[in-house]
Write a protein that binds this ligand. Structure first.
Ligand code: TMP
Length: 392
């Protein structure tokens, strides 16, 4: 399905940048042979991940808690210690690796965006600035030796040359080594019509079916799957060399589930497309109605996901006054494509709007907990996942 002309999801820009803004055709396709759902047009990675990358993992308390839990879980479960060696792909500002560093567990983060990599390095987290692939894996092995574990959180789905990444991981890991990674789960996206997961950085929308096929080609297999609440519904996969570990029943159960819901058939994706179109028309009509009633709407959180929604629905400053966001690098800039001003969070609290359009719906609990004053002041939340509605 095509979402039409789209800009870079994290490409927040100044007025001076408007004339040179980059656009591409955002489209996803489904392969009936390998069951992969993926973008059909890819954006040059240097346009997305660079020294001005606007996504800082540590800005969300929920994510900080999640990564602490993930680190403690794998350290405890696999008995990692000062003799181990852990590599994290896409380690961002070190939000997860810091828990390994604190325990003096030898580690290395591989992160292509230098601004976030520098923050991690400054905090004493061993980080190299690179796009991970087979060549980088070889360099790491030469310098540090093989790894006990490779971790990745919301990163594998970002890397188009996935075969080079998987070969690199295989090369980097010891025979009994494990790859543990998590990414947004296709099943959640289909169930919730959360089409805002689809944007330039997400080259792939993984299911167990597509990943099993991918790893099999590299002599590896998924040995367990664990659903996660982050990023609007993710799946954590543990992967090992074929035959090295027992496969847990969680894998078979998810395979059955994917068969039941028709992940192998294009009709499933046709219905998703129909649901996305319906979601768009109801969001547009709701915002027009509110506008007619002369009420104020402000966007809450300039998430990368919001770029898809705003551009696909054609929502601009005629319908949304500004987007409030806590990340300093985004403040004072404009949203990609639709050029809605991004303002500091204080602009939201100083003069509450009538409605807040919740782009950070995946952080719903965290947001609701801290914004009780908005509701007390009579403010209302609008969400579009799993369906467009004003929340009571
Ligand atoms: P994402 O993780 O869904 O991409 O969202 C990250 C953006 O949302 C980041 O710019 C910070 C912003 N944000 C807020 O402004 N307020 C909040 O309460 C939360 C949770 C996120």
């Amino acid at each position: 399905m095509s979402f039409g002309k789209m800009s870079i999801a994290n490409g927040f820009l100044t007025k001076a940048d408007f004339k040179n803004e980059y656009f591409f055709n955002l489209e996803v396709g489904f392969c009936q042979n390998c069951y992969m759902v993926q973008l059909t047009e890819l954006v040059d990675r240097n346009k997305m991940f660079h020294d001005n990358y606007a996504f800082y993992s540590s800005t969300s308390r929920g994510m900080a808690d999640h990564f602490k839990e993930m680190a403690e879980d794998v350290i405890g479960r696999y008995g990692l210690g000062t003799e181990s060696f852990i590599v994290e792909l896409g380690s961002n500002d070190g939000i997860m690796l810091k828990h390994f560093a604190e325990r003096l567990i030898p580690h290395l983060g591989v992160e292509p965006s230098s601004n976030v990599a520098n923050i991690a390095q400054g905090n004493g987290i061993n980080t190299m600035c690179a796009f991970f692939d087979e060549k980088v894996a070889q360099d790491i092995v030469s310098e540090y030796g093989k790894a006990d574990m490779v971790l990745g959180a919301n990163v594998m789905c970002h890397i188009p040359n996935i075969h080079s990444v998987v070969s690199g991981i295989k090369l980097l890991l010891k025979t009994y080594g494990l790859l543990i990674f998590e990414d947004p789960y296709l099943g959640e996206m289909l169930k919730r019509t959360s089409y805002d997961q689809i944007y330039d950085e997400h080259a792939f929308y993984f299911s167990l079916a597509s990943l099993s096929w991918l790893f099999k080609q590299h002599g590896m297999e998924i040995i367990s799957v664990e659903p996660q609440n982050v990023h609007g519904g993710s799946m954590r996969y543990t992967v090992a060399n074929i035959g090295e570990y027992a496969v847990t029943p969680s894998v078979e159960s998810l395979i059955d589930n994917e068969k039941f819901y028709g992940f192998h058939f294009h009709e499933t994706y046709d219905s998703f497309r129909d649901n996305v179109k319906l979601s768009r028309s109801s969001l547009i009509s709701l915002l027009h109605k509110i506008k007619k009633d002369r009420k104020r709407v402000v966007g809450y959180a300039a998430t990368s996901k919001s770029t898809t929604v705003l551009n696909y629905c054609g929502i601009g400053t005629d319908l949304i006054e500004f987007i409030s966001d806590t990340t300093p690098i985004k403040q004072g800039k404009f949203s990609p494509g639709m050029h809605i001003p991004v303002r500091p969070y204080e602009n939201f609290t100083e003069r509450y709007p009538d409605y807040a359009l919740l782009f950070a719906w995946n952080h719903m609990k965290e947001v609701m907990d801290k914004e009780s004053n908005f509701s007390l002041a009579g403010g209302k939340w609008i969400t579009f996942v799993p369906e467009v509605r004003i929340m009571s």
